[in-house]
Design a protein around this ligand. Sequence first.
Ligand code: SF4
Ligand code: SF4
Length: 336
Amino acid sequence: MKMTELGKTGLKISRIGFGGIPIQRITAEETVELFKLLKDLGINFIDTARGYTVSEEYIGKALEVVGRKNFIIATKSMARTGDKLREEFNISKKNLNIDCVDLYQFHNVKTLEEYETITSEGGAYEEALKLKEEGLISHIGITSHNKDLLDRIIESKLFETIQFPYNPMERQGEESLKKAHANGMGVITMKPLAGGAIKNKNYSLRFIFEQDFVSAIIPGMASKEEAIENAQVGNNFTPLSDEERKVLMDEAKELGDHFCRRCGYCAPCTVGIDIPTNFLMEGYYKRYNLQEWATSRYNQMNPNAKDCIECGVCKERCPYDLKIRDMLKEVAKTFE
Ligand code: SF4
Ligand code: SF4
């Protein structure tokens, strides 16, 4: 397995990492078996989140059996204030059943307001520094889908890693991520298949693997077959041939007019719908076989797709010219 240093953290990680969302649909025992295989395949970088229901807990059980020392563990929290972060961290630590989390990340920071809450006095960042001083976490990172926040995050020099979507469909962060890499940040790329939309999985992973600024790619996986398939990219890497690249780019082009890149430019919606998250949940429902989790997240959103009044304001703002109203109708139908 091709290994790399995660920015300047000193952590040596496999360039193909493990995305921890899909194990929500398997059992703790199956996760243990999967981790035995990950170890054999050379995948040591594990990414999960407090928000992925049982994922941390299953990983904790697997680490107990397969050996904590064989893996680098990253998790994340949606907490924005110091108190909440400490509370969430304690739950993660208990679930993972480890003494120290290697990388602790602020999860899905969407707006400048959220970013400022995190970094202000008494905010979550201050508490993360305390966790670091106490030896409970080793490194601090951040994750986002918002391109407009990327440069601000990079220039702040507060974070050792950045996690951001990157795939042939979603290259909006590319220049900023190159800058992050040049500045010594670890670059973790999520959504390597654009949330399951890209069918040429192997080509897409290899396309991302070719990019030098990417430290790690974290495809979600819940079966041995998926783990073997993903690991092969890092164990026997071959660059894309011209023909393979064309097939991949043609697919990306075809998906282009009905795929949300989560850039957030359509906000604010007239009635307050979080448009990209509605599309994201639809993807988890239809393509990731996570119906229960996605339905619960969709129902927690108030308003959601079914509340669209079809004013059309968002469509004018979408740089990809997506038919947002029709797409939201489809989302509402999915979750009816
Ligand atoms: S068309 Fe629907 S989603 Fe778009 S701004 Fe209007 S209410 Fe919001
Ligand atoms: S609907 Fe368009 S503007 Fe809104 S997040 Fe998706 S791609 Fe961006």
